[in-house]
Design a protein around this ligand. Sequence first.
Ligand SMILES: Cc1cc2nc3c(=O)[nH]c(=O)nc-3n(C[C@H](O)[C@H](O)[C@H](O)COP(=O)(O)OP(=O)(O)OC[C@H]3O[C@@H](n4cnc5c(N)ncnc54)[C@H](O)[C@@H]3O)c2cc1C
Length: 473
Amino acid sequence: MSKKFDTKKYDSIIIGAGPAGMFAAFELINTNPEFNILVVEKGKEVEKRNCPMEKTGKCSNCQPCDIMSGVGGSGTFSDGTLNLRPDIGGNLSEFTEKESDAWDLVNSVDKVFLKFGAPEECYGMCDEENERLYYKAASADIKFIKIKQRHIGSDKTPELIKQFADYLKNKGVKFMSETNVKDLIIENNECRGIIFSQANGTEEKIYSKSILMAPGRAGMSWINEIVNKHNIDAKHGPIDIGVRVEVPAVVMNPITKINRDPKFHIWTSYCGDLIRTFCTNHQGFVVKENYGDFIGVNGHSLKDKKSENTNFAFLTSIELTHPLEDTSKYGESIAKITNTLGGGKPIIQRLGDLKKGRRSTFERLKRSGIKHSLEDVTPGDLAMALPSRIISNIIEGLEKLNKVIPGVATDSTFLYGAEIKFYSRKILVNKNMETSIKNLFVAGDGAGLSRDIVNAAATGLLAGKGIVKRIAQ
Ligand SMILES: Cc1cc2nc3c(=O)[nH]c(=O)nc-3n(C[C@H](O)[C@H](O)[C@H](O)COP(=O)(O)OP(=O)(O)OC[C@H]3O[C@@H](n4cnc5c(N)ncnc54)[C@H](O)[C@@H]3O)c2cc1C
């Protein structure tokens, strides 16, 4: 069946309805209510999206669930933790004149989340406790990053996104969901529109004065193809490789009550690498993350459904130089080896087994005092899959962290692999988020410009401002 869409020329077409795309639409329509804006999203409308976590508390397989795609983007079923800093999950001051402008952007993003129902309460605000934790970490040679955080909760995020999308629709922004953008129309180094395919296979074109690509990590390979095909200036960014760590919630409680998603940065002595904690899910669940060709791991937590465990990602950043600069290829091959060894499932291993150089078995997993929250796993040996440098960083990093969080590095600690954060190629932009192709703008994770909700949203605001300037010229 042929999609109905407005054939008149748009002021802006936004590809992807994640935080980056929606905040760009917000900026555009509030700057000029007369703008014709079309948001094209390959996934479903938020009310039609489905996450098995809601019903079962378990994520047995991400394949049938719309976790990464749809209105709201990949954050829709996430923990909804808003890290209110411009230098966590991105580096906003790269795109602003002054550092204070980057903080202003974060505040603007926060205000929008509050407007659509984010809770008033914030974590990480108690200075005395923060100071004590900062000192304890420093004395263990670990940097603790103080962050103000707002926690929406996975089960509340879809409603917030619905409010946001309804607001945009009421202001006249059009949404075309379940529509996959295939290509861009580029003539004489200027972007003029998009090409998408209909359900019946025919291709359609829509023209616009400006195009914003904000396809997130779900659109990473697509954006890569576009960059190559149209010679858009870009460079390979770093990649984060590691594991998801799961411990009894009581071990993390003293820390998570100070900061829901504590960021510890640890420089290891073996290779001098930085290993960091990331995306902590208090009383949460480890979940599979489906990339199509392979499966990685991630974490969730829900406001009304709790596990007895807390999980967090423990990752090392890797940058590559000639002859293999393509960090995504490197990460993919590690993920694929892990999947092969795990028989198509993530590998789980007890820290004690990893240190002893032996695989875990279901029998050995039972020796841990807790039950692993992701059940569809293969007990195995992560050292067979991850480079030894990463394994050394994990062991050394957890041992150091144990001085700040006693109990985090016992033999019973579960490690799931591989957790890989692909940040796509970083598309080179000016301060207006415009690429080397005129009228073509980018924002968010898919363009390698952010790694979390707040930073993705802030780059969306910047792109919106950039588009306004371009249209005015
Ligand atoms: C399980 C999970 C938990 C997370 N938890 C948190 C958290 O608690 N806090 C936090 O800050 N961050 C979290 N994140 C990360 C956060 O969700 C992302 O950083 C953020 O959503 C990126 O925003 P974005 O707009 O760039 O991309 P996305 O949110 O990924 O949105 C991009 C959208 O573009 C669409 N798209 C892609 N290609 C096309 C195409 N060709 N045509 C049309 N549409 C297309 C996709 O379907 C998608 O809906 C989590 C991520 C996951 C997967």
